[in-house]
Design a binder for this molecule. Structure first.
Ligand code: 5GP
Length: 190
């Protein structure tokens, strides 16, 4: 079987999820890898759609059982992880998996899967622009925004470890560039 993993990582607010949703609608045979998390659902989020929502206890039990390919405590007490069963399911069904995960998790999955995975770093044009976007999204409190900015500064340092960096100055251009990069990768490795 020659199905692939497409890893999309970026500081929060870089437009990564919008780009992921665009890619899922293209003719790339992609399926979204639903991560597990111990954070609470936001807004209209549903279990088994955006995430598998687990209690912190359940999350830790599943870590102990070795059920994760990778996991991170992305924010304090907020665990996020990629379940082995999720990637197996997508690949066994004959799809390529698209993973929308944090930068450290992205590097870990790339190490595990090597040539089978393409890792893409979506870079915000600047920290100021990132702050504007997070404020406009208005889903987070000022304290959370501060935490996300601090984390973004740390995450930008990982960009060079990715196969491809795409700067999201303009959403449409970034979407097209991501599409082309993935098409080339899938073709090359067929
Ligand atoms: P949010 O709470 O905004 O949905 O996500 C917070 C961060 O967790 C984002 O950067 C997101 O990409 C990351 N994330 C989501 N799923 C996973 C995962 O399975 N593993 C890791 N390492 N990070 C994840």
């Amino acid at each position: 079987m020659n199905n692939k993993l497409i890893i999309l990582s970026a500081p929060s607010g870089s437009g990564k999820s919008t780009i992921a949703n665009y890619l899922l609608k293209q003719d790339l045979n992609l399926k979204f890898s639903i991560s597990a998390t111990s954070r609470k659902p936001r807004g209209t989020e549903k279990d088994g759609v955006e995430y598998y929502f687990l209690s912190p206890e359940e999350f830790k039990e599943r870590i102990a059982k070795g059920e994760f390919l990778e996991y991170e405590e992305v924010y304090k007490d907020h665990f996020y992880g990629t379940l082995k069963s999720e990637i197996d399911r997508i690949l066994n069904e004959g799809y390529n998996a698209v993973l929308d995960i944090d930068v450290v998790g992205g590097c870990n999955i790339k190490k595990l899967f090597g040539e089978k995975a393409l890792s893409i770093f979506i870079q915000p044009p600047s920290i100021e622009e990132l702050r504007n976007r997070l404020e406009q999204r208005s889903t987070d409190s000022p304290e959370i925004i501060e935490k996300r900015i601090e984390k973004a500064e740390f995450e930008l340092g990982f960009a060079q470890q990715f196969d491809k960096i795409i700067v999201n100055n303009n959403l449409e251009t970034a979407q097209k560039e991501s599409l082309q990069t993935i098409k080339n990768f899938i073709k090359q490795n067929d």
